[in-house]
Structures are given as C-alpha cells and as structure tokens.
Design a protein around this ligand. Structure first.
Ligand code: SF4
Length: 199
C-alpha cells in the first residue's frame, strides 16, 4: 500500500528503510497500521506515487511518511511535492521524519524542502542522547545531536516544525517538551501503539 487515508489526511508510504531500529517501531513485528499493509514489494518512483494519490482535494493534508524514513527518498519527496504544488497550490504538505537526513546525506537538505513542504514532524522520542541510543538504536553515530541540528535548521526554514515523542512508559515527556520548545519547535505526544493494534 503506497497511499492510504488515515483520519483526514493522505499518507504516502514511500520506503520501508530506516537508519534507526526503534524498540517501539511497529516494523519490527507487524505488517502495517490503520488497517493497511505497508510492506512494499518495491519502493515506488514519483510517477507511481502521484498515480496512487490521484486527486488529493478531499484531504486536509498529504503526508510523506513510510513504514520507514521518507527522507531516505529525498528525490522522490521533492519530485512528488513539486508536482502537487503545481497542481494544488493550496494543499498542505507535511513530512514525518526521524530528522536524520542531514547526517545521512552529509549536507543540510532542509533548504531543498523550502517552498515545497509546509510542515515537518520530527521524531525526538528522548530527552537525552543516552536515552535516544537506548530507545531508537540508531545505526549512525551522533544521531541525537543530528536530530537537534536538523530541528534547528527546519525551524529556520519551514513554516511549521513539530517534535514528537511516543508516550512510552517511563519516558520523561515533559523533558522532551522542554527540549522541543527550547529549539523553537512545537511538541506533540504520539500514542504508544502496542503490537496488538497494528495489522
Ligand atoms: S525512526 Fe520511525 S521508522 Fe525508523 S525505526 Fe524508529 S519508529 Fe521505525
């Protein structure tokens, strides 16, 4: 499933890859979420994504996500977003990301999203580097600081930036909130979806 509705948004599942291996990630045990099976047979190119979207007018927003990290497919995000911008200039476009793209690409990619993306939701999930390592198990060194740096860049350039944390038992959500707000981002708690609520 590449494009699926969840509440009033259309979500685009463009990859199953991720550089993290979060302890709470549904990809570890499940087929998908919200009744959708999200393991892809192949990563879709931009044309296939646009064909799946069809007319996005009924949706409040279109969200680049994945059962994985969408900015690992930066070129597809940019191509699809640009095409949607041309045809539906008022459509709200959001990226849900782990905030590690700059670390992956070795450059600041945020300026490449300017004018294309209205909102970025970045997974924080921990108030300290140690807790991030424990919960998100990044394959790349320096990941927590990279998430914070990516957030700073995004706050400077993207209209709406939200850091999120999953409501995991024992996680200090208020410390996450303080960290998010200190970076100039909004903060949102995401529900902890237990395995049995996946597909
Ligand atoms: S960053 Fe998201 S997709 Fe990647 S392992 Fe963590 S929860 Fe899963």
């Amino acid at each position: 499933m590449i494009a699926y509705r969840f509440k009033d948004a259309l979500y685009l599942n463009i990859t199953n890859r991720c550089t993290n291996d979060c302890t709470f990630c549904l990809r570890r045990h499940r087929e998908g979420i919200a009744g959708q099976r999200l393991w892809l047979e192949a990563e879709p190119e931009a044309g296939a994504v646009l064909a799946e979207i069809g007319d996005p007018a009924p949706y409040r927003e279109v969200v680049f996500c994945g059962f994985g990290e969408p900015l690992l497919r930066l070129d597809v995000v940019k191509e699809v977003a640009a095409a949607l911008r041309r045809t539906y200039p008022g459509l709200r476009l959001r990226v849900d990301t782990n905030g590690l793209a700059n670390l992956v690409y070795g450059r600041n990619i945020v300026p490449e999203l300017v004018g294309l993306i209205d909102a970025v939701s970045i997974s924080l999930n921990a108030p300290t580097a140690g807790e991030y390592e424990r919960l998100c198990r990044p394959s790349l060194p320096g990941a927590f600081e990279a998430v914070l740096d990516f957030t700073r860049e995004a706050v400077r350039a993207v209209p709406e930036v939200t850091l999120t944390a999953v409501a995991l038992p024992g996680l200090d959500l208020e410390a996450c909130r303080r960290l998010a707000e200190s970076l100039g981002a909004r903060f949102r708690v995401r529900p902890f979806i237990r395995d049995e609520e996946g597909v």
